[in-house]
Design a protein around this ligand. Sequence first.
Ligand SMILES: [Ca+2]
Length: 99
Amino acid sequence: MIVFFFFPGGFATTANVQINIMDINDNIPVFYPRNYSKNIQDSTQPGSEIITVHASDDDSGVFGQIQYSIVAGNDQKRFDIDARTGKLYVIIYNIKQHL
Ligand SMILES: [Ca+2]
């Protein structure tokens, strides 16, 4: 944009001002799909991948980076999730005994 500067005595000048709009963290991550469902055997081996969840964030840079974690329902530590990839794993052998 062009900005006008006026000085006492009738003098004036202009300056070109470039405005760079920086991205801010104004978008929340969104899971797609919103719900996942998977049946697994009670004999599923530890380390088996169950499912991969996916979320996206429209922000750029660090504000758009996704980190996954299990926030509830895993008190017995039966499952683990890869913070970067969203892969959900079984980590306890014979899940049925731990339910
Ligand atoms: Ca964001």
